[in-house]
Write a new protein. Sequence first.
Length: 310
Amino acid sequence: MDSSEGYLPLAVPLQSGMSSQQFQIGLVRFVPKSDSSKILIGEPVDPDVDVGLAVYQGKEVAVKTFSGTSIVNYGQRTEALEVIDRVLSPLTRDEVGTIRCIGLNYVNHANEVKMALPTVPPVFLKPATSLADPWPAPSILPKITQADNTGDYEAEMVIVIGRDAKNVSEADALQYVLGYTAANDISSRTSQFAQSQWCFSKGFDTSCPIGPVVVSPSLVPDPSKLHIRGLKNNQVLQDSSLDDLIFTVPQLISFLTQGTTLPAGTIILTGTPGGVGVARNPKEYLKAGDEFAVALLPHVGTLITKFENE
């Protein structure tokens, strides 16, 4: 899904079959304008609309609804048409469980932080309480981050697992993918560098906004053909093709499922490209009032997050 104005995304695709009728473009979880008490699952009518950006700009986004209440079990396509009032995280906290994250997974990011390329995927975890909705819902900079203002951004692609996966081979890995979306792996750098483990410094409440759309793998047969950008207050700070990934999507799914069940709804953050705030000169940290956009294109669109202090 491309975009037109405001933030600056770029101008490629199911092997899953996780529900009774395959979605074709992408799924969005949203509150409709017709009834603010409802939460619905649907698919944009316009295949080219950037849902996150359009909602941010106050444009109407029409959606064809499905009968299900979750993107993992989205049910049958209905004839009902709704307009988005507010975009929600594609999955709930109960559905994502423990969030899997991969560190140091872009060559250009490893180079900028002067670290050797890993030989196995570096894994850390975020709790479900870190999950956050897209704009206008805020992500909160906790007091521990405000102490020295070292909150940082990390634009990332997310793999959404569509059915329980264990001991999956690389050859079969893509059969378990429900779709792809975007995330911001918000980090507190002082806390991160004070410990050898990253779960605490990257696991604060609302530190994992995801969305806006989970795009069908039928549109993304090769995720390495996607392009990701990170923009702080409309300034491009991260800009990379996913062909710079050190560990591919099939490799990550296979690795993470060895001896471990990833339930349907599990999300995997695949790492961030170069350009993070801590590696810039001067450093480029987040503060209250900032907005950060993760543009994963084509198809997924723009995840926009605003920041507030705890």
